[in-house]
Every structure is written in structure tokens, then in C-alpha cells.
Ligand binder design. Structure first.
Ligand code: NAP
Length: 665
């Protein structure tokens, strides 16, 4: 492989760092893969460029525009994936390991793109919660909103997933509308740089939206301001150093930390040898030890089992390791392997003993960073503090016994905060007690049994739609988790004003806000002809006792409140028989629907339905149907969200809901 001279991407230019360059060696045989350096880079100017050029350009786009860009970048990575797989080899990763990094990374972009288009508005502002009434007359209300932070997001990534690690942070950041400066770990920066280059070559990103530093970050932290965010993944030691930087503290720079954690997996009290859960547990522990040579922040480091089953567990894991160890890749570097060996020494010094594998065994080609997987056993886990505290970031796990569920919970929590925990049990009561006892210490927990194992995504896989992170030792932060992850790059602000002002700010109709009563039926209009606030006011119809009885007979819904005058009167809610809620909805549709084929293709659902005032026989009802928001789904279809408000003859609100329709653009 040709040695690559890695370049920084600063202020929309590829730039070689000046001065001394660091050498990156192949994990396979120690040969020189790349050189890297960021000498001479003006880091302060990079931040200014992100804030002044990238940020404004991204904020001009809506969430949906940005979601489409993210999708384009994901597809570009997928179409150039073989180029990345070729580089992946030198990191020591197998093709299977690389799949998680490369295709998992691209998949994360695609997932955020589709979440963004489904769950975020085609607008610049994201609402948080409902309108808060603040006055009797309704003219003064409150609404929380999210808008993008106006600084730069500095992403500092760990070496183990150079592509995924970059993309899982970029997706929510760019979707939020914030520019990013990416700093990959040096030892695998060549793979990150290649993926970054593919994204730049798409031409989809506005200037200043992303920049790359290959090498040290120099004085970058000295130039941070309160609108910036640092999102860090790596060791607890580096995290502590960076989050206690005086400028981070002084400026209250938001700091997201994903750091090491001593993740546990537990064999349930019911999962004796011979049960499917026992076998599944053995497989999972071995998978977590060997995938990516155990260099995963979420890998199982502590495997806990009922004391009576520990011998059987040890034998089963050792046998399985012997059969799969040959398929395992290398660690990222020989220095990482030295580090892992040093950590194993700390574990054995604390009382754990090696029961499978030899850390010093020579494996693979000379110069390579291979090692055998190492299984340790701690028979007294309360006496061996190090097994809950020392992370050997390689193919290393410790098995340990627990006495009962309370002991297991205490041992799991002894890790003082983990990213992921798995529990192998077929006993719902054990699962309930364990999760309730341990969830405060864990970011993600899986309960695996015979019914879900085949479809389980596994202990060690963070997913874009679920939160990744954990309390305490794990960093005390969260990332991903779908739209939750986007909000880390936005500011929540409480806005107080009239409903009309709030509607203008939020770029959507808000109940109580201004309506525009339009001529012509909105169902005859394409999405582009509909405007937020356009309202159809229908004629009124009276609801009779015959209507109610007909509906009851037709549907079989003879609930007392509709059919039994005495009982209805006796209830604390009604003054007599009332119309069915479903009858009101059906009559509402009858009032506002325009029947002929046209730009409205289908009703795809109702949301937020509330029945507010009973409708009695003889009352009348009418509907106001208002365009609340609209968003394109594809080039050919979109979704219109309509606010439906049903009033009685006294203009009291009978019912409200959001109607969703699929429309032609
Ligand atoms: P690390 O040594 O802490 O490095 C992490 C990142 O910080 C690298 O990009 C590194 O760059 C950078 N860095 C180091 N010192 C810095 C400084 N003074 N200023 C700015 N940046 C600095 O961790 P690692 O060895 O790469 O990764 C392994 C650790 O990460 C393990 O402990 C693992 O558990 C943890 N990890 C956690 C997660 C998670 O999501 N929670 C994921 C993966 C890994 P250089 O490489 O250039 O030094």
C-alpha cells in the first residue's frame, strides 16, 4: 500500500500540515501507511470560518433540506465503500468489523436523514412541547423552541470506528444546522480522511459546513465560545483533561463526552446450562470479545453468572473462543496491544486469574498487533475492585459470580456508569427487578431471550434511533437517539407572545393563531398552492337522536352514554345522552371532505385527538380545517398536517385533532 500524506481540510481547502509529521503504522505488519500533521494550521480561523460561513449557510436550509444532503452523503459513502474496505485492512479490522464501521456509518446517515424528514418540520425552528397558556384571555402564551447553535461543533473521535465515529456525530450536527470540525484519532485517521474526502467530493455540503484536522488540535480550545459544542469520544483521561480546559469552563461550552465503560452482561438466575439463554449468553460474550478485537466502547468487559453456573460458563466460553479466535482481527497498533497487556496485569494483580488465552503469545505476522483473546475469572468480585474499574480495550473480559439478583444489581452498578448492559433471561420478573435496580447506571439495556435472539441487534451495537451514552464513568452524556441527538446541537428557548406571533416564528399554524379563510376547497389544491394557516370553514349540521341511534345500530357501539338517558344523566360527566366521538369524527369528515380524485390522495392518520365538549342531540357542529404544516416526502408526494377544530353552535370547541393526508406536490 502506498504511504498516504494525509491532508487537513480547513476553510474549504485541502492543506498539508507543516513541520514534523507523525507516522501511522499498519496494524497488520507495522509497515508505514500514512503520515499526518496539522502544523501551521490557524485553528482560530477554522472556528471563525465555521461560525461565519458554514453556520449561516446551513441555517438558511430547512431540516428537510439538510436531511436530503445527509442522505446524499450516505449514498456516496456506500457507492465508494470498496475504497474504504481496502484501507480498513491496515487498521487491523476484518471485513466484518469494517462493515460496522463503513456501512454502519453510512446507514447512520440514512437513518438520521429519514428520521429528519419524518419527525422534524420542513422549517427552521423545532417546537418543544405544546403551547403553554399564560393568560386568561389567551393573548399571552408560551412556547419552547429549538434553534441551531451559532458556533462550531468540534468532534474529537476515537480510533476504533474511524468512519462510523465521524458520521454518527456529523449526522445529528448537520441535521441541526451546525457546522463541524472533525478531528479523528491519529492511528486510523487515513480511513476517516478517505471517507471525509468522499463526502466533500459529493459537492452537496455548503462551504464551511465541515472541516478536518489530521493531527493535534493546537490552540483550538483557546478560541472556543459558548455557542460551540465539543463532542468527544475516547478515554476518560483525555475527556477529563479537555472538559476541564479553562476556556470550556469559562465560556460554558457544551461538552458531550463518550468515554470508556466497564459494560456488564448478566446470565439470569433462570438461565442454567442447557437453556437457550445460557447458549446465547456464551455466544454474545465471545462475539463481544472478538469483534473488532474487543476494541469497542460497548464491549462486554464483565460477564456475571449465578455462582453455581460459573464453572460451566468458563468451560463453554473457553471452548467457543478456541474455535473463533483465528477469525479475529488485530488490535490497532502494537502500542495499543502493550496497553492492553498492561491493563491485564492490573486485573490479575487485583485477584482475577487468566483462564483462557496467553497475553504474551506471539500471534500473526511480525510487526503486527495481533493477540489471543483473554478470559479472566474473578471468584470474589467484591474484593477485586480493578475488574469494575480497569478497562482493557482489547479482546478481554472477566467472568464473575453473583449470589442473587440484588448482588447482581450491585455488581453491575459497581461499574459506576456504563454504555450498555445485557441480561439473558426468560423470566420477566427477574428482568423487571434487574432493570429497575440498574437502569440508572446504564445508557442502553437489552433483555435477550429465546424469542428475540435471532433478531437482536446485539449487546455492542449502538443504534442511530436509540440513545448511546451513559452516566458517570461512561461520560455522563448522550448522543444519537434519533431527534434527541439533534437537540444537543440546538438551543432551547422559551418564547412568550401572542399565538399569532408564535405561529409566525414557528412557521406553522398554532391553534389560536391567525387563519386565512380561503375561497375554493383546499383538497383541490396542490401542496405548493396551500399556505400555512389556509382555512376551510364548513357549513353546520345538526346531530339528532336518530343519528345517534342509527350510528349505534350500524356500528354496534351501544355504550350507555349514547343509548341510555337515565344512566348518562347519572354519570358525573354528561347531562344526558351524547353523540359518539366516532360519530362526530365521521360527520366532521362528511363536512370537510371534497370527494373527487385530486391532489389529496389519502388520509394517513389522526394525531392528538381530544374530545373537549359533549355534543347533545339537537346541537349542531361545524368544522374549521386549517393547513398546519406541509412537507415533501419524495419528489412525488408529501404530507399535509391539518388542524381540525370542531365547534358547536355556541362556538365551543367540541373536538380537536391533527389530520395527516398524503398529497401531490
Ligand atoms: P484517547 O487517547 O482518549 O483519544 C481520543 C481522541 O482524543 C483522539 O482523537 C485523540 O487524538 C484525541 N486527543 C488526545 N489528547 C488530546 C488533546 N490533548 N487534545 C485534543 N484531542 C486529544 O482515546 P483512544 O485511545 O483513541 O480511544 C480508546 C478509548 O476510547 C477507550 O477507552 C474507549 O473505551 C473509548 N471509546 C469510547 C467510546 C464511546 O462511545 N463511549 C467509543 C469508542 C472508544 P490522537 O489520536 O491524535 O491523540
Amino acid at each position: 500500500m502506498k504511504t498516504a500524506e494525509l491532508l487537513n481540510y480547513t476553510r474549504d481547502q485541502w492543506v498539508a500540515g507543516s513541520g514534523q509529521r507523525a507516522a501511522i503504522a499498519s496494524a497488520i505488519d507495522g509497515s508505514l501507511v500514512a503520515t499526518t500533521g496539522s502544523g501551521g494550521i490557524d485553528f482560530g480561523a477554522m472556528l471563525v470560518h465555521a461560525r461565519n460561513v458554514g453556520g449561516p449557510a446551513l441555517r438558511k436550509l430547512t431540516f428537510h433540506d439538510r436531511a436530503r444532503i445527509i442522505k446524499g452523503r450516505g449514498l456516496a459513502i456506500l457507492s465508494a465503500k470498496e475504497e474504504l474496505y481496502a484501507l480498513n485492512i491496515a487498521t487491523g479490522a476484518t471485513r466484518k468489523d469494517g462493515w460496522i464501521d463503513i456501512e454502519g456509518g453510512a446507514g447512520t446517515l440514512l437513518s438520521f436523514s429519514s428520521k429528519g424528514r419524518r419527525e422534524l418540520p420542513d422549517a427552521h425552528v423545532l417546537l418543544d412541547g405544546d403551547l403553554e397558556p399564560l393568560s386568561k384571555g389567551g393573548s399571552f402564551v408560551g412556547q419552547h423552541i429549538y434553534t441551531p447553535l451559532q458556533g462550531a461543533a468540534v468532534h474529537i473521535n476515537a480510533f476504533n470506528f474511524p468512519v462510523w465515529g465521524m458520521l454518527e456525530k456529523l449526522a445529528p450536527t448537520l441535521l441541526a444546522g451546525m457546522p463541524a470540525i472533525v478531528k479523528p484519532a491519529s492511528s486510523t485517521a487515513y480511513l476517516c480522511e478517505a471517507a471525509f474526502r468522499i463526502m466533500i467530493d459529493t459537492g452537496l455540503l455548503p462551504d464551511g459546513a465541515v472541516q478536518l484536522i489530521v493531527g493535534g488540535v493546537g490552540d483550538l480550545f483557546d478560541h472556543l465560545i459558548g455557542q460551540d459544542v465539543v463532542s468527544f469520544t475516547g478515554s476518560a483521561t483525555t475527556a477529563l483533561k479537555l472538559k476541564s480546559h479553562p476556556v470550556v469552563l469559562r465560556e460554558s461550552v457544551k461538552f458531550v463526552a463518550e468515554q470508556d465503560s466497564l459494560n456488564a452482561s448478566l446470565l439470569g438466575p433462570d438461565a442454567a446450562p442447557g437453556t437457550p439463554e445460557f447458549d446465547l449468553f456464551v455466544t454474545e460474550v465471545v462475539t463481544e470479545m472478538t469483534v473488532k478485537a474487543g476494541q469497542k466502547c460497548t464491549a462486554i468487559r464483565r460477564a456475571m453468572a449465578p455462582a453455581a453456573h460459573l464453572d460451566a460458563l468458563e468451560a463453554a466460553i473457553a471452548a467457543r473462543l478456541a474455535s473463533v479466535a483465528g477469525d479475529m482481527g488485530a488490535l490497532v497498533s502494537t502500542s495499543q496491544r502493550d496497553d492492553v497487556r498492561g491493563q491485564i496485569n492490573k486485573l490479575t494483580a487485583a485477584g482475577a486469574r487468566i483462564v483462557s488465552g496467553d497475553p504474551a503469545a506471539h500471534v500473526g505476522p511480525d510487526g503486527g498487533a495481533y493477540m489471543q483473546p483473554i478470559l479472566l475469572r474473578a471468584d470474589d468480585p467484591w474484593a477485586a475492585d480493578a475488574v469494575h474499574d480497569v478497562e482493557a480495550f482489547g479482546p478481554v473480559a472477566t467472568i464473575m459470580p453473583y449470589r442473587d439478583l440484588a448482588d447482581a444489581i450491585a455488581l453491575a452498578n459497581r461499574g459506576m456508569g456504563s454504555l450498555a448492559l445485557s441480561l439473558f433471561t426468560n423470566d420477566p420478573a427477574a428482568a423487571r427487578d434487574f432493570i429497575q435496580g440498574a437502569s440508572a447506571f446504564h445508557g442502553r439495556m437489552l433483555v435477550i431471550n429465546r424469542d428475540n435472539a435471532a433478531e437482536s441487534t446485539g449487546h455492542g451495537s449502538p443504534l442511530p434511533v436509540l440513545v448511546h451514552g451513559g452516566p458517570g464513568r461512561a461520560g455522563g452524556s448522550e448522543e444519537m437517539g434519533g431527534v434527541r441527538g439533534v437537540k444537543h446541537y440546538m438551543q432551547r428557548t422559551a418564547i412568550q407572545s401572542t399565538p399569532a406571533m408564535i405561529a409566525a416564528i414557528a412557521q406553522q399554524y398554532i391553534p389560536g393563531g391567525p387563519k386565512r379563510f380561503v375561497n375554493g376547497h383546499p383538497f383541490r389544491k396542490h401542496m405548493r398552492e396551500l399556505h400555512i394557516g389556509d382555512t376551510l370553514r364548513t357549513a353546520a349540521r345538526t346531530v339528532s337522536i336518530a343519528d345517534i341511534e342509527h350510528f349505534a345500530g350500524f356500528t354496534g357501539d351501544n355504550f350507555y352514554a349514547h343509548m341510555d338517558e337515565e344512566a348518562a344523566k347519572a354519570s358525573p360527566i354528561f347531562a344526558g345522552r351524547v353523540a359518539h366521538g366516532y360519530l362526530i369524527l365521521s360527520f366532521a369528515a362528511g363536512l370537510f371532505v371534497d370527494p373527487d380524485p385530486g391532489p389529496v390522495l389519502a388520509n394517513t392518520g389522526l394525531e392528538n385527538l381530544r374530545f373537549l365538549t359533549p355534543l347533545y342531540p339537537g346541537d349542531s357542529m361545524r368544522v374549521e380545517l386549517t393547513v398546519r404544516s406541509k412537507a415533501l416526502k419524495t419528489d412525488d408526494t408529501g404530507v399535509v398536517r391539518w388542524a381540525v377544530e370542531i365547534f358547536n353552535q355556541k362556538d365551543e370547541l367540541v373536538a380537536t385533532y391533527d389530520l395527516l393526508t398524503e398529497n401531490l406536490p
